[in-house]
Write a protein that binds this ligand. Sequence first.
Ligand code: ARG
Length: 599
Amino acid sequence: MACFFRRTIAHQLSKMCGQYEDVFIPLICAVPVSKKQSMGDLRVSVNSLVQNGAVLPHEDLQRNTETLAKQIKHNSVVEDVIAAPGMIYFRLNKLMLAQKVLKQLQSEPDTFGLKSELLTHLHGGRTLVEFSSPNVAKKFHAGHLRSTFIGNFIANVKKAVGKEVIRVNYLGDWGMQFGLLGAGFERFGCQQKLKVQALQHLFEVSRCFCHAVTRLFSFNSPSSVQVYVQVNREAEHDGNVRVAAADFFRRLEQKEHHALSLWKQLMEITVKEYKRIYERLGVHFDHFSGESFYHSQTKNVLEDLKSRGLLKTTQKGTTVFDLSDAGDLSSYATLARSDGTSLYITRDIAAALDRHQRFGFDEMIYVTDKSQSVHFQQLFHILSAMGHQWANSCVHVAFGRVQGMSTRRGDVIFLEDVLDEARTQMLNNMRESRTSKALEDPEETAERIGISAVVIQDFKGPLISDYRFEWDTVLQAQGDTGVFLQYTHARLRSLLNRFGDEKKCGDLSPLTDNRSVSILQHLLRYDEILLQSATDLQPRHLVNFLMTLCHLVSSAHRELPVKGSSLEVAQARLCLFSAARSLLANGMRILGITPVDKM
Ligand code: ARG
């Protein structure tokens, strides 16, 4: 496939320019398929050859390009070499293109593209991806949902290109909100409700507690989550609540038996509940940890920093790390309050140190919304100042806000609401559409398609951009949606079920028409796309690639019929469709989507 062709061209260029073949490999790119007839299948820019020292710079770039193109010999693989402005195009033998690509996809459908030479430098090493990380007993907002999707994608793509991946969920399970929750639960908690709707109940308890204290409101009154949220704002300043919460939190920090065991119980239930929901999403974690775990280690962190002379005390009595160049505290990070208690960033330092020691990662990736960018810059800066070189391999992947992600119950509070909404709406759409097949488990299918739709909407643009979420556009079957990807996959499946999924490619000469060639040319790009996504960690490259594949497949459905064609033509086309389906499914799985076979 692409490697074979790149190697053949690199071999020629190497002979011509007197450089190692490997220099040329990453410079040879598959030409993106477009409506215009393309000049070739692969190309190399002359500037890139100059930049890599393969050819000497020449004042007249065009003459340089033409001279080079003329020197390259044609052979049975490369049938033509064409000089375009600043670019040399290579036209491949189309039968060979079909044979190499399809045979490879047939023999190794799951790993197609992954063994490409373009990706070898990414193989090996251990990547820790920390993502999702919701706050217990607080709102699971759209930001956590984005972090869940994006982190899952990053973990998948890293794994695909050959890394050992450790997936960590760092729960916000410590701090004053726990004081609120614990104190509230001691008064209003209900074990029964905890069993039925744990997350909702815990959320309500902490909200309700605020309300109860301010207004002597009874927990059993009719209520809605929105009411709690609203009254909570009023109650936040209420002294009684704060005293009770602080009291519980102090008991917790002092490891008082009852407080600690209640906290443990609530945490266990919460994690169990989250795991169930993550399972619905097809997302798993290797480790659940949380801020609570690192709280006790912050003392050592502070001592370590102190011994290195990296701490200062402010007039207010807080302990800070000076981030300013001039050493004048014009910019700093607070690491301990005046009463000695730790902060979010202190716990993060402890967590990073512990993870490095425990997992020996080669890179660590944090996925949160962009409001935390400064926090992570400071964190990496401090780790580096502590002498940890590996801080340079820590990355923060920041993403933008989602507006308007709400369900019938109001703004997103529980992850489950989004999943239920996606499923219900999709189920309605499926019932209305006459093309829907009779499904054994329509709910399950609707759920998978609904999730795909939400994921694709999220992955379409640059991650850093904010976007507006609208159920109507998200769930459309037309346009570049997750539903369209699923629909194309299901359609290919049904075609292959009907006429047979060709397990062996026979004569592929019927695949030299423009339609078939476009698909083959497109498949040739897959490894470049993976490289791009694994490098800048942006899923949109893969999303765009799969969308184009689906558009090409849908034209091919019309123009390359299987039914009514001669056996030889039908078999060759089935082989092409089968290859397209495998690759589509592989790409979808990397994005975190489970392909459906019927819809
Ligand atoms: N729980 C945090 C929040 O919801 C996100 C945690 C991000 N990870 C970290 N290591 N700080 O804002």
